[in-house]
Write a new protein. Structure first.
Length: 226
């Protein structure tokens, strides 16, 4: 005759079966937690690295902007001095020319700067001493150029561009820093979930942590890398 199991034996077998299922579920949860922690560790390291890189880039660009501003200031000063020299020399030339002191006028004319002389020669062709419609002086001619003023304009434009790029780098670094805080929240929730014995609560916390982790990983992928 086949052997029959007693009631205590059946109860013990059922309890053992349920215990085994519970252990397997807990093991799966632990595996998920381990994966979350591993991904969080890598993503946090990457976000921290990018934060440092973008902060360094910001400092570098701000340094370049300050350097260009200093160059702009120097070039602007030189430009102002040259413009004053051009105007003064021309004023003396004009006085001597009107007074018919040709030798003195020629002396001042020889003192013109090369780039100013181009505008001066073009201005003379308009017959300014007899033509009332002629420009008031060489500096009002389209041929008049001041290399120092042009250098100042280029330096100013480059300084503005470097500062703008530095600000963008700072904002990118701040976004990576905020992402690091988000990853720290994921780490906290995952560690907190391990403290609970109730599996439903544990799984709920892990689910929230997983959602935050997906969001953080999305930011990591979409943010520019330095």
């Amino acid at each position: 005759m086949p052997e029959t199991l007693s009631t205590p034996e059946v109860a013990h077998a059922i309890a053992h079966h349920h215990k085994s299922r519970g252990e397997r579920r807990e093991q799966r949860v632990e595996i998920v937690e381990a994966i979350l922690l591993a991904v969080v560790a890598v993503a946090t390291a990457w976000s921290g690295y990018q934060t440092a890189r973008w902060d360094g880039r910001q400092a570098h660009l701000y340094g370049l902007s300050s350097k260009e501003r200093a160059a702009e200031t120097r070039a602007t000063t030189v430009s102002g001095q040259q413009r004053l020299y051009d105007t003064s020399t021309f004023g003396f030339w004009l006085q001597q020319t009107v007074a018919s002191h040709r030798e003195s006028a020629a002396l001042f004319e020889r003192r013109f700067r090369p780039e100013y002389r181009v505008a001066f020669d073009a201005w003379l062709k308009t017959d300014p001493l007899h033509n009332p419609r002629a420009p008031a002086g060489p500096i009002f001619m389209p041929q008049y150029h001041n290399a120092a003023a042009e250098r100042a304009a280029r330096a100013g434009a480059q300084a503005a561009a470097d500062f703008e790029h530095g600000t963008a780098a700072r904002e990118t670094g701040d976004r990576y820093l905020r992402n690091t805080i988000l990853l720290a929240t994921v780490l906290f929730l995952t560690a907190l979930a391990q403290k609970f014995k109730v599996l439903a609560v544990r799984i709920s916390l892990i689910a929230v942590a997983a959602c935050l982790l997906v969001t953080a990983l999305y930011f990591v992928v979409t943010y520019p890398a330095a």
